[in-house]
Design a protein. Structure first.
Length: 204
């Protein structure tokens, strides 16, 4: 008996593919959404200037895509003629991540003084709430005066819950948000959709 074709409007996923095949379907994937970096110039400048100039005491990264934005920015800085890696360092600044995937993406950063060296939270957190509680419990500065003058850089996408800002705000932390990616429809979505449907016409 021939498999029944089904169109999944998402990026190819091996687990999805295998699950549908096991149940007698023939899955076809159509990617409809993509993520794009945003505010690249601002992120480049912030990294190149260093944490001291912006008074950054920590960086919060809650998604692989945000981690990729950082690593991509570092790579571009390294390729620029005004690379100041000898005088600017992020190695003593703690980076806080949610889960192993985000940690891995962040550690893919090219080895240099802009690359994160202190990455915390992957083993202990799996959500924004857990990460915020982990930061408060383990990384609060020794005095309130330190807290008042050091803000945490929070790298976000275009769709974020207020869990982390609310919990850290209640804990006395100051956040500087910077959106570094957004979700949008893939380029030529209509054309891709038509081509996919035409290719499947003979199947259905």
């Amino acid at each position: 008996m021939a498999s029944c074709p089904v169109l999944l409007c998402k990026t190819f996923s091996q687990p999805y593919h295998d699950a549908f095949v096991e149940r007698g379907f023939e899955p076809h994937f159509l990617q409809v959404l993509d993520t794009r970096f945003t505010n690249e110039r601002e992120l480049l400048q912030l990294i190149a200037d260093g944490p001291q100039q912006a008074d950054i005491g920590g960086v919060i990264v809650t998604s692989s895509r945000a981690a990729e934005a950082w690593t991509a920015a570092v790579q571009r800085i390294r390729e620029m003629e005004n690379d100041k890696s000898d005088s600017v360092s992020w190695k003593n600044i703690p980076f806080f991540v949610v889960g192993r995937a985000t940690e891995t993406a962040l550690k893919n950063c090219v080895e240099c003084s802009y690359a994160p060296n202190l990455v915390h939270g992957a083993e202990h957190t799996g959500s924004g709430k857990a990460l915020a509680q982990y930061i408060i419990a383990n990384h609060k500065p020794a005095s309130d005066s330190d807290l008042e003058h050091r803000q945490f850089l929070y790298l976000t996408g275009d769709k974020n819950r207020e869990t982390i800002p609310e919990i850290l705000g209640d804990g006395g932390f100051s956040l500087r948000r910077l959106q570094v990616y957004e979700t949008a429809a893939v380029d030529d979505l209509m054309k891709r959709s038509v081509e996919k449907m035409e290719a499947l016409t003979g199947v259905w």
